[in-house]
Every structure is written in C-alpha cells, then in structure tokens.
Design a protein around this ligand. Structure first.
Ligand SMILES: [Zn+2]
Length: 246
C-alpha cells in the first residue's frame, strides 16, 4: 500500500555530506526501505499476514543475495515504526547508489494482483520548469533546491533503475505485470539519488497472499532485485549525464 502525502519545506544540501556511494572497500552502498513497521502494519490479508512483515522478510532476503557485492543499509532492521520522512532522510545522509522501497499492494476488490514498480514523477498539472522559473524569478536570490524537488535531478537514472529491476523480477517469478509507472510519491520526492518503490504483489488477493507468505517465493523476488541492482551498478548509472545537475 503506497502512502501519499505532500509536505513542502526547505532542506539545505549542505547537510548531505556523508557520501557513501561507495564503501571503503569500493563496494557500492544501497539503501533498502522495508515499508511500514511497528504500530504501522500496512495492509493486512485474508490470512492475517501484514505488509510490514513481508517487506522486512524480503529486505533480509535481498541482503543475502547481495553479500560481497554491495553494502546494504536498511531504513529499519526490525519491527519498528519510522516515518516516511525519516526513511528518505536516512538515504540522503548516506548518499547511496540507489534507494529501493518495498511495499505490498492492497485493494478493496479481490481482483487486483501482480508486481508494479514506481519511480517519482510530479503530480498532474505540475511542470518542473515552470515551477523552477517561478521560484527563481528573483534573480538576486539563489534558492537552494526544495527538499521535495531533489528527486527531479535523478529522473532518468530512477526510470532506468525501475525498468531494470522490474524486468529482472519478472524473469524470476510468474506474476501479472503491473508495469513500471511514474507516481507523485512523497517517499521518493526528496530522495537525492536514483530511487524507486516496488509493490511486490497484492496482499488482498488470497492466492497472491499465500505466495507472499512462502519464503522461496520471496527469495525468488529478492534474487530478481539483486540481479537487477547488479546490472544497474554495472551500467554505472549513478550521475548519468542525462540527469539534471543542481
Ligand atoms: Zn505500503
């Protein structure tokens, strides 16, 4: 279940100084965000499983597949509550090569199913360039980028990351393809690196919930995510020339 909120406030880039894109051993750093946690259970299914449990189990499976390939930092390691803003802040502090959030879909209807991957895009009617021009019409004042604008500088690499990982997952598991989509997700808006959110199935569809409760199924998804990440890292997509510079 994806939570959308909108808060605008300033956050100066100077605070983002602890860059760990690569660790001291030259292995890339990745931040993985298991959605929900603690008092926030996320969506629940017919068999009483919770989104917060499934996302955390998947995160630990991905870590296993990335051993000796990446340093993985989790936004939460246990069943603890953490705000959306704190998750993005943690990622911005370490400046990883990629930020990947896991969620599980939910619907009031039983039919929806499948895996979908999201990158950030502005809400409808909002134009990035018009917006920036409005904010910079006073030429004597240089405004720092708004916190919720940071993801705009990584759109191309985020789309690339979303596409590679989505197709890598679908090469591992036979599920309905909900495609790669852009969405104005608050969690991703302030991420200052390639960032995506994956919805790994619908917990409200009992057949799919059963799959999500099976460790071998989650491990296959984890394998797809890990292989996709390796491909993304090989392409050295971080800081792509086509990304905007601030
Ligand atoms: Zn969710």
């Amino acid at each position: 279940m994806i939570i959308q909120q909108k808060i605008i406030f300033f956050f100066f880039l100077g605070l983002f100084s602890a860059s760990l894109t690569f660790g001291s051993d030259d292995l890339p750093v990745i931040v993985i965000d298991p959605g929900h946690g603690g008092t926030d259970q996320g969506a629940t299914g017919y068999y009483k499983s919770t989104e917060k449990q499934i996302t955390l189990t998947l995160a630990h499976c991905v870590i296993k597949h990335l051993t000796n390939k990446c340093h993985v930092i989790l936004t939460r390691e246990q069943d603890t509550f953490i705000t959306l803003l704190a998750r993005t802040e943690k990622a911005n502090y370490v400046q990883p090569m990629a930020f990947i959030s896991f969620h599980v879909g939910a619907s009031f209807r039983l039919q929806p199913e499948g895996i979908g991957t999201y990158y950030w895009q502005p809400s409808q009617g909002e134009s990035f360039f018009d917006d920036m021009l409005k904010k910079n019409d006073d030429k004597d004042v240089q405004y720092p980028p708004l916190w919720d604008h940071l993801q705009r500088y990584h759109l191309n690499s985020s789309k690339l990351l979303a596409g590679i990982i989505h197709h890598s997952i679908l090469s591992e598991v036979d599920v309905y393809d909900r495609k790669v989509n852009g969405a104005p997700l608050f969690l991703l808006a302030g991420a200052d690196m390639p960032a995506i959110l994956i919805e790994i199935g619908y917990i409200t569809r009992p057949k799919e919930e059963k799959n999500l409760l099976r460790l071998p199924f989650l491990d296959k998804i984890a394998q797809g995510i890990a292989r996709g990440l390796e491909q993304f890292i090989e392409k050295n997509a971080y800081g792509m020339q086509t990304d905007l510079q601030y």
